[in-house]
Design a protein around this ligand. Structure first.
Ligand code: TRP
Length: 450
């Protein structure tokens, strides 16, 4: 194996690894994207499809990212290049570096909105009207300077944590913030339970209505599952390269997937009841969290405090994820391009800031500019979630099962044979990774274009 001139950091504890990886998974995808996906793509049918995809496809794909990352001990690009032995596989690695970049551009715009709402939540008065809130959201996203400035602030926060390094920055932040996040989201879900008529929201989320199911549900659910578990773009792979050889891949992956799902469900339980109780049918899509929640908060006891807690939660969750996206790019620049960590962080921040500014402007002055019928923001979102992540995951499973040596894969999966149980169910996982996952993922990828 090739030697890297840069000494590599590793995570220092099992808890630290788990928190950093769960931190990557749990983010705006759970608190902001999942609830509006559920409300747009079929309620409980979406939740069930999502769960099935997560168990059958995403877990094995997560194993695969673990295997590639830990085996190669490299950044996403280097991992594919070194283990793949052929230059062409470097291209797959490159996709894994470009995708987080694209995601970050719009992710940090939403991160910026969270900063705005956090600031505002200190002064929310009670009984705000729906109109007022939808105007507030509308005027924030359509204005020019403020959202760009906040997007810049979000990037800056991300860059500062990543600059501190894997142990002192990423691991430490995750270890403190993730447990806190869990407490806050649980508290919010319990709070929403007390809304009169919350049952309507739960019924929509938990009782399936077959008529709401379509191929769109599948594409959206798979895209969401990849997005939420940070799959298909080198994030988990890069983190896995910092994981010790003693870590149990299966246990860690299941822990990460489980916590991710719990967070998605809890945040929907916090948000969806409000949509039904207050009949907020208009607050659809990206604005859902920002319009529906402040509305309930302003109509309930202690709403002001709860609002502050929620937006702190949203911001922290967004940060633990954005640092993982950022780290993919930085690991690549440091290890492959031999850049200093600090310089890599500065350059990456600037480029993301500029591209993200266009995403932000696409709600205002550039709203007429359409790429295949999508605004720039939507195009970045769909290009990454529905196309690049699916393609990245497809390449990952093909790579593990058709390019890497089977013995190496088994070796990594079983910690050099020490985990005897894992050996027993390996053939089952192998079947999924080698045949089932590529076929299903490919079909869904194609159905995007039909
Ligand atoms: N999973 C994160 C979320 O739910 C976002 C994220 C971080 C991500 N890293 C990723 C999405 C890699 C796709 C790929 O918000």
């Amino acid at each position: 194996m090739e030697k890297t001139s840069v000494s590599r950091e590793t995570f220092s504890s099992r808890f630290g690894v788990l928190m950093a990886m769960a931190g990557s998974a749990v983010g705006l995808g759970n608190l902001w994207r999942f609830p509006y996906m559920v409300s747009e793509y079929g309620g409980a049918m979406f939740v069930i499809t999502y769960l099935v995809f997560m168990l059958v496809l995403c877990l094995p794909i997560l194993f695969s990212e673990f295997i590639i990352g830990r085996r190669s001990q490299k950044n996403a690009f280097g991992a594919f290049r070194v283990l793949g032995k052929k230059k062409a596989w470097g291209l797959a690695g490159l996709i894994s570096v470009i995708t987080p970049f694209i995601i970050l551009c719009y992710y940090s715009v939403v991160g910026g909105w969270s900063i705005y709402y956090l600031g505002k939540s200190f002064t929310f008065s009670s009984n705000l009207s729906q109109d007022y809130l939808s105007q507030m959201f509308g005027s924030l996203v359509t204005s020019v300077e403020l959202p760009i400035l906040l997007h810049g602030a979000f990037i800056l926060l991300t860059a500062v944590i990543v600059m501190a390094g894997v142990k002192k920055g990423i691991e430490k932040f995750g270890k403190i913030m993730m447990p806190l996040l869990f407490i806050m989201v649980t508290a919010l879900a319990i709070y929403s339970m007390h809304l009169n008529g919350a049952a309507e929201g739960y019924r929509f989320m938990f009782i399936p209505d077959l008529s709401l199911f379509s191929t769109k549900t599948c594409v959206a659910a798979l895209g969401q599952a990849f997005f939420s578990l940070s799959l298909g773009c080198g994030t988990m792979l890069t983190y896995a390269s910092y994981v010790s050889k003693d870590e149990d891949i299966v246990k860690s992956s299941v822990g990460i997937a489980f916590s991710d799902f719990i967070f998605a469900i809890l945040s929907s339980m916090a948000i969806l009841p409000a949509v039904f109780v207050f009949n907020m049918a208009d607050a659809q899509g990206p604005g859902l969290v920002f319009e529906a929640l402040p509305f309930i908060f302003s109509h309930m006891k202690f709403g002001g405090v709860i609002a502050v807690i929620f937006f702190v939660t949203l911001l922290v969750a967004a940060l633990t994820s954005s640092i993982s996206l950022f780290e993919v790019v930085i690991a690549y620049l440091v290890e492959e391009k031999k850049m200093k960590r600090g310089i890599a962080c500065v350059i990456t921040s600037i480029i993301i800031f500029v591209l993200g500014a266009f995403c932000s402007l696409s709600f205002g002055p550039l709203s007429e500019l359409k790429i295949f019928g999508n605004t720039i923001f939507e195009a970045f979102d769909k290009l990454s979630a529905n196309i690049l992540l699916i393609l990245g995951s497809l390449l990952t499973v093909i790579f593990v099962s058709w390019v890497m040596k089977k013995e190496d894969v088994i070796d990594e999966f079983t910690n050099q044979g020490r985990l005897k149980n894992h050996k027993k169910f390996f053939p089952f996982i192998w079947f999924i990774i080698r045949y089932l996952a590529p076929i299903i993922v490919f079909i869904i990828f194609i159905s995007n274009f039909c």
